[in-house]
Design a protein around this ligand. Sequence first.
Ligand code: UDP
Ligand code: MG
Length: 138
Amino acid sequence: MSDLEKTLSIIKPDAIERALENKIKEEFISNGFKIAKEKKIQLTKSEAELFYKVHETKPFYSDLCDYLSSGPIIVMILEKNDAVKENRKLMGATDPKKADEGTIRKEYGISIDKNSVHGSDSLENAKIEISFFFKDQQ
Ligand code: UDP
Ligand code: MG
């Protein structure tokens, strides 16, 4: 049994900068995800700090927030059965060097920090992250 779920995906600045947004969206669509909502925005550093608050004690936190706010991003609500887990699988490991063949990070990621995409890591966090960007959704 699997449930139709929503998860939050972000195409990060390094991928937008390299004009990969359509290629990455096509990866989601061809793997059975529906892009239910999307918008292109740029975060301020303090918005990025709020979004990544779970990482505030990590040594990479400040650089991560500088990076996420360094240029436009595309935030999307993706829908699919088991969307959270399926998206994490399609994204691949955080470090593109360790990501499996056929994953987005393996294909497009540059480094552990510039790894092209974000995806919610649990259904609970997906709900929190979706409402962070799309106030009227859950
Ligand atoms: N990150 C980093 N250095 C690290 C680990 C993570 O710059 O050593 C960045 C990377 O962009 C990653 C984000 O912080 O995507 C969030 O880290 P997390 O462990 O949640 O990885 P993810 O869920 O994105 O795979
Ligand atoms: Mg994470």
